[in-house]
Design a protein around this ligand. Structure first.
Ligand SMILES: [Zn+2]
Length: 444
């Protein structure tokens, strides 16, 4: 997978030490001082700013007042107090940018989306609010299968362009990395088409990771034959996903209305043979064993978790499985049972937050709104919400060595904000205070 790209190690022993630490300890303290490789100035130097590095274990938000960020070859080469900048930091060729005292954070990471699909579910949204029941909507061909039909009928270009429109909304929220799942094809041709569309979005000013959501729902052609469908996915679709290198991970929906833990485990075992890590939709509507499966197979993350019990939380902590909290679906479905945030916090499970952008139960295209909802609905702190869309979100994608905090060696994917404090990012509902985004050190 593209995930753990090797970090270039500079020749300077002191900086090399910092890089080695960054690679082995994900939450290393921010170096208060730094030095450049001898005689090699930065390509870009950001000064007159404040940095919320989101490095854990120190001050709130890992904050550095009066900070400077040195960027070389698309990566952060140095970060610390501006007063500690090395003498050789800049040359005549260094682009020195003053940020007017604004806050710099890691570029935000949306670690759970279903961004690629065709059509929408506006009709059934309105019908439901006019009194139609779920059974009536299903009988009229609504629900997930209506999205499957529309997605099968759409061309690759139509999928790319409709998703690109939603992607712009995320970019306006400072997102620099987005995960995109397949799962609305439920057949070989359409699942591959969705993943190709997701890969194509990589060129739209954002980094994309893709997830083959092989077990999302049972297609009508396999009604009553879920095990046969799992066999089909493993034998006939997964090998092509792998051959075309279309996925960085795999996912399954574990619920009585979808697939059992045993079926998901069979799929994950097949994917693991191809080196693909797992993510799960787990415990959204019932305690079905998804979170325990996630810990057993060392999944990257278990997502939703409203019905996870404390034993599952303890196991997740031991196995370093990230909890991805999805308040958009909870809100839109008017759920009343919150995920066990206190237990997750008490046992030290990393908490990520995402909008879960889907056409059905979570038509939410704002990561900042998801942060606000996490705070408003589940009492996350603003610092937890921001960690949930930076540090923990990177961990949920297996990318923590490469992004998610502002540290030497990581990608210079940054967001610059017109806010008074980092807490303001979670304060507004539907108001982005983004001033500028950097992708690989370049304004994007
Ligand atoms: Zn989802």
């Amino acid at each position: 997978m593209t995930a753990r790209a090797d970090l270039p190690l500079p020749s300077c022993p002191r900086v090399a030490g910092i890089h080695a630490a960054a690679a082995s300890h994900e939450w290393m303290p921010v170096p208060s001082t730094g030095m450049t490789e001898e005689g090699v100035p930065f390509d870009t130097l950001l000064v007159d700013c404040r940095a919320a590095t989101m490095v854990a274990g120190g001050v709130a938000y890992g904050a550095i007042e009066a900070a400077a960020v040195g960027i070389r070859d698309g990566r952060i080469a140095w970060i610390g107090p501006e007063a500690d900048l090395p003498d050789d930091a800049a040359s005549a060729h260094t682009d020195v940018q003053r940020l007017g005292g604004r806050w710099v954070t890691p570029g935000l990471i949306d670690c759970h989306t279903h961004l690629v699909f065709a059509g929408d579910r506006v009709g059934e949204f309105e019908a439901r609010l006019n009194g139609a029941t779920y059974q009536e909507i299903a009988a009229a061909g609504g629900g997930i299968l209506s999205t499957v039909r529309a997605t099968r009928a759409a061309s690759l270009d139509q999928l790319i362009e409709s998703a690109a429109d939603r992607l712009e909304s995320l970019k306006r929220d400072g997102v620099t990395t987005v995960e995109i799942k397949s799962g609305y094809g439920l057949d070989r041709e359409t699942e591959l088409k969705m993943l190709r569309a997701a890969r194509a979005l990589e060129g739209r000013g954002v980094r994309v990771t893709t997830t083959y959501l092989g077990l999302h729902a049972l297609p009508p052609a396999f009604a009553g034959r879920a095990d046969a469908y799992v066999d089909h996915v493993i034998a006939d679709i997964l090998p092509d996903v792998v051959a075309e290198r279309l996925a960085d991970a795999v996912d399954a929906y574990v619920e009585p209305i979808a697939f059992t833990p045993e079926q998901a485990e069979r799929f994950f075992a097949a994917a693991a043979e191809h080196g693909l890590p797992a993510k799960l939709h787990a415990e959204q509507f019932s305690d079905s064993g998804g979170a325990r499966l996630a810990t057993r197979i060392r999944a990257l993350s278990a997502d939703h978790l409203e019905y996870a019990d404390e034993a599952a939380v303890v196991a997740m902590a031991a196995a370093s499985v990230v909890a991805v909290l999805l308040p958009g679906a909870y809100l839109a479905l008017r759920e009343t049972r919150p995920p066990p945030v206190d237990a997750l916090r008490r046992h030290g499970v990393a908490l990520a937050v995402a909008p879960d952008c889907t056409p059905g139960p979570s038509p939410l295209t704002s990561l900042l709104a998801a942060m606000n909802l996490g705070c408003a609905l589940w009492r996350l702190t603003p610092e937890e919400a921001l960690a949930g869309t930076t540090r923990a979100a990177a961990q949920a994608l297996g990318l923590a060595a490469d992004r998610g905090t502002l540290e030497a060696g990581k990608r210079a994917d940054l967001a610059v904000w017109d806010v008074s404090t980092p807490a303001e990012l979670s304060y507004w509902l539907c108001r982005s205070r983004l001033w500028r985004r950097y992708l690989g050190g370049v304004v994007s």
